[in-house]
Design a protein around this ligand. Structure first.
Ligand SMILES: [Cu+2]
Length: 218
């Protein structure tokens, strides 16, 4: 094999190594949360920070900074659950252990979660507003609303609501598996507000809170 073809082979090999990482969504975290505390020091068990706000499609990473105790990050309705096999005792469920990390790419919603090992002490929230963009189109404008970076996994869906000016919230999408949608606008501009939530497709009682409201003039 000549030098050039060997270099090509090396380059291809590198590309093959890198591609699966990119495809598996190994994105750099936009927010880091410590699952911390000492089970023997009252008040020290917590998620830190307790509230993080990230954009649609961004990753939140949790790190167990404890010495001995497992933790989980579990959405209040079990819509998502980050756990592990460390530290099961008769009294406590397992979780991810000291030094371990877990991460998740987020969709819109106000997503309350807790630790299954310390459900009284460890509660926190990930806030994710929808993304809005306005496009000029023939005869008017179009608001592109993005509430997720990809279609949801099986048995998950989204509800999306829109408010025009000071009007009432109205359903824009209910139980959709799509990640974005377009709202056509004509005539005078007004403030378009949008909020979305993540939920079970089969049981619409199991949902996150509405996302923080995002607004745009269109
Ligand atoms: Cu915990």
């Amino acid at each position: 094999m000549g030098l050039r073809s060997r270099l090509v082979a090396v380059a291809l090999g590198c590309a093959l190594l890198v591609l699966p990482l990119a495809a598996s969504g190994a994105s750099k975290p936009a927010a880091d949360v410590k699952a911390e505390g000492n089970a023997f020091t009252p008040g020290s068990l917590k998620f830190d920070p307790k509230t993080v706000t990230v954009k649609v499609g961004q990753v939140v990473r949790w790190t167990n900074t404890d010495e001995v105790v497992p933790h989980t990050a579990t959405e209040d309705h079990n819509l998502w659950r980050l756990t592990g096999t460390y530290g099961m005792t008769p009294a406590n469920p397992p979780g991810f252990g000291p030094g371990e990390t877990r991460q998740r790419k987020f969709e819109a919603g106000t997503q309350h979660y807790y630790c299954e090992v310390h459900p009284q002490q460890m509660r926190a929230v990930v806030r994710v507003p929808v993304r809005l963009a306005v496009k000029q189109v023939t005869g008017g404008r179009q608001v592109v609303i993005t509430w997720a970076s990809a279609a949801p996994t099986a048995n998950r869906a989204f509800d999306v609501q829109v408010k025009k000016g000071t009007g009432a919230w109205q359903a824009f999408r209910t139980g959709t598996s799509k990640a974005s949608g377009k709202l056509d606008r004509h005539g005078a501009k007004t403030t378009i507000s949008v909020r979305a939530r993540f939920r079970s497709k089969g049981n619409q009682q199991l949902h996150t809170g509405w996302s923080p409201v995002a607004s745009v003039s269109a």
